[in-house]
Write a protein that binds this ligand. Structure first.
Ligand code: ZL4
Ligand code: CA
Ligand code: ZN
Length: 406
């Protein structure tokens, strides 16, 4: 099928459960689990599943999640639903975690920064617990495959939720599957390197390991002075001077690469390759976790970078060349068709396959098979015929990226 072959001399595993696709965060919320449906269909359509061991993820257990998260927070996440939210809010041990109200808050925030208001970053939605425990389960199983040596590269595009804190949801992230994975890796590996190419700062992972010299966190992200609306780009942290907690043994084991809007392929590649290679040389990790947030692509609904799928994938190839056990995770990505193209391309890179630019017609699912199916906001998404891997052309997107400052 389509000349897809298994890689020689190493093994790749793919961890996923299609039930995450049924979820929606709310009418116009930018996070669309539907992008994972698109990704899955491209991966299967190209026959890339023949090049990997594929595993259906099972939900993580509450105790596994307590390895990092607050016990009450885990209970709340496992019990919460739109119908139970109000009652749960009244329980004292949960109520105690409600953040103080800010006078210009547009949304009412409940315990742990969760909310049923439509404008919330972290809404409570139908099937939310299922979604959270599944993406976490997929990451933890992927981690297990790396630890046992059954996989050399393990992939979970539904994971990579880097903003979640110990007892607080943040920026569309509820459970920090990355922190949980690294905690498992630390049982066997002396040093773990975490690299984050999502357009946002990987603050949750950095914070969790700010005192830990055995984990080095390296995030590339949009960062800069206030924009014209008076806001900083989310989450507003990750300055170049931020290098881990001062005065602790963790100092110098965090690195941040703040980047202005509009960065192009050439500039990104220069930064990524010089800094990443120097970091690997100096830190000498025995395994790597790479968060591949696709909101760093040009034309992203939330991102402000201008890099192409080719360059995004080149970051994966560059890290892969070091031949260390590698966990590939998803993350952000808000222009669904580009997210799917990028992660499918990166699945091909991981398995040493090259995909044709255009999707051959015979593997394109018939569009009528999808019409009429409503995904959350009621809009029909573009059909697969438009998913060409070379759609995101160099320079073409410049006009879409606002040159705000710098
Ligand atoms: C939305 O349209 O900057 C949420 C969030 C909901 C539905 C309709 C409500 C309209 C954009 C974002 C009002 C929306 C106001 N709806 C949202 C300070 C903010 C408070 C919330 O890729 N308002 C917060 C989080 C970032 C903020 C980015 C990236 C995750 C990751 C890993 C997280 N939060 C201002 C915004 C919409 C919405 C439209 C939104 N939220 C854009 N950026 C944010 O790094 C997965
Ligand atoms: Ca980042
Ligand atoms: Zn992001």
């Amino acid at each position: 099928e389509n000349n897809i072959t298994r890689p020689r001399g190493y093994k790749v595993s793919f961890h996923y459960n299609s039930r995450v696709e049924d979820m929606h965060f709310g009418k116009t919320h930018p996070m669309k689990p539907w992008r994972l449906t698109l990704t899955k269909h491209l991966v299967l359509g190209f026959g890339l599943h023949h090049a990997m061991d594929t595993y259906q993820a099972v939900a993580a257990g509450k105790d596994q999640i307590r390895a990092f998260h607050d016990s009450d927070y885990v209970d709340f996440l496992s019990e919460v639903a739109p119908e139970t939210f109000e009652e749960l809010c009244k329980i004292p041990r949960f109520y105690a975690h409600t953040p103080p109200r800010h006078e210009n808050d547009t949304v009412e925030l409940g315990p742990f920064n969760l909310s049923t208001s439509p404008g919330a970053d972290c809404p409570v939605f139908d099937g939310m617990s299922t979604y959270l425990f599944l993406y976490t389960g997929a990451t933890l199983h992927a981690t297990q495959k790396l630890l046992t040596g059954q996989s050399d590269i393990a992939i979970n595009w539904s994971g990579g939720l880097h903003h979640a804190h110990k007892s607080e949801a943040s920026g569309f992230c509820y459970i920090n599957d990355i922190v949980l994975s690294i905690l498992d890796l630390l049982r066997v590996h002396a040093r773990v390197l975490y690299i984050d190419i999502d357009v946002h700062h990987g603050d949750g992972v950095e914070e969790a390991f700010q005192r830990q010299p055995r984990v080095m966190t390296l995030s590339y992200h949009r960062y800069g002075p206030y924009d014209e609306t008076g806001h900083k780009f989310f989450p507003g942290t990750g300055d170049i001077s931020d290098i881990g907690l001062r005065g602790t043994v963790g100092e110098h084991f965090a690195l941040n690469v703040p980047i202005p809007s509009g960065i192009d392929d050439r500039q990104y590649s220069y930064l990524f390759e010089s800094i990443t290679s120097r970091t690997i040389e100096a830190f000498n990790p025995s395994c790597i976790v790479l968060q591949c947030g696709a909101d760093s692509l040009g034309g992203d609904r939330l991102g402000q970078f201008n890099i192409n799928i080719k360059q995004h994938g080149d970051c994966v190839s560059f890290v892969k060349k070091f031949r260390l056990p590698l966990l590939l995770l998803g993350g952000g990505g808000y222009t669904a068709r580009n997210v799917a193209r990028a992660w499918c391309h990166e699945t091909a890179l991981a398995t040493n396959n090259t995909l044709p630019d255009a999707i051959p017609m015979h593997i394109v699912p018939r569009p009528e098979a999808f019409s009429g199916r409503v995904h959350g906001d009621g809009k029909l998404y573009p059909s697969f015929q438009r998913l060409h891997l070379n759609d995101c052309k160099d320079g073409e997107l410049e006009a879409m990226v606002k040159q705000v400052d710098w």
